[in-house]
Ligand binder design. Sequence first.
Ligand SMILES: [Cu+2]
Length: 175
Amino acid sequence: MRFIFALIPALVLAACGNPEAETSSEMDHAAPGDTGAQEQGPVSEQATAIDIRASWMRPHPSGRDVTAAYIVLDLSEGSEDLLQSVEIDGAERVELHGHFMTSEGVMQMREIGPQRVSDEGPLVFTPGGRHLMVFGLAPVVEGDTVNGTLNLQNAGAVPVTFEVRSMPPGQVSEY
Ligand SMILES: [Cu+2]
């Protein structure tokens, strides 16, 4: 887990403003790492509480109704939970995405399953790794805020507010 924190700052700096360009910038940094490739779970049933450390969304690229959102979550109580899905008010759907290296050595993104969050470290959705793909949301611009819900196996429905911004809120290493 620890090595991804060395990897992520470079990816954050390379991030740019639209999901397609983001994919290509991530190809430039096609290093092996924790890209959220696996479906994770099951996790034990227990009481948990979720601490949201960062949640933000990119403005829509002009003419598109797809954008990417990011979040960092942690457990403030309990030892494990499972992020099963995310809803964003006004969006048709939200998919959890990860990145994969094809046999030709090309990075591609695709939908991933539920993601485990544990007391071993935060669950990170950030440029270059896992991300939330937001479909069918009316265009948002820098400075907007958008509400949503995280659906966790143990913690249940957790409200979240995404701040619309084109740059990440600080470096992931600060989280
Ligand atoms: Cu994606």
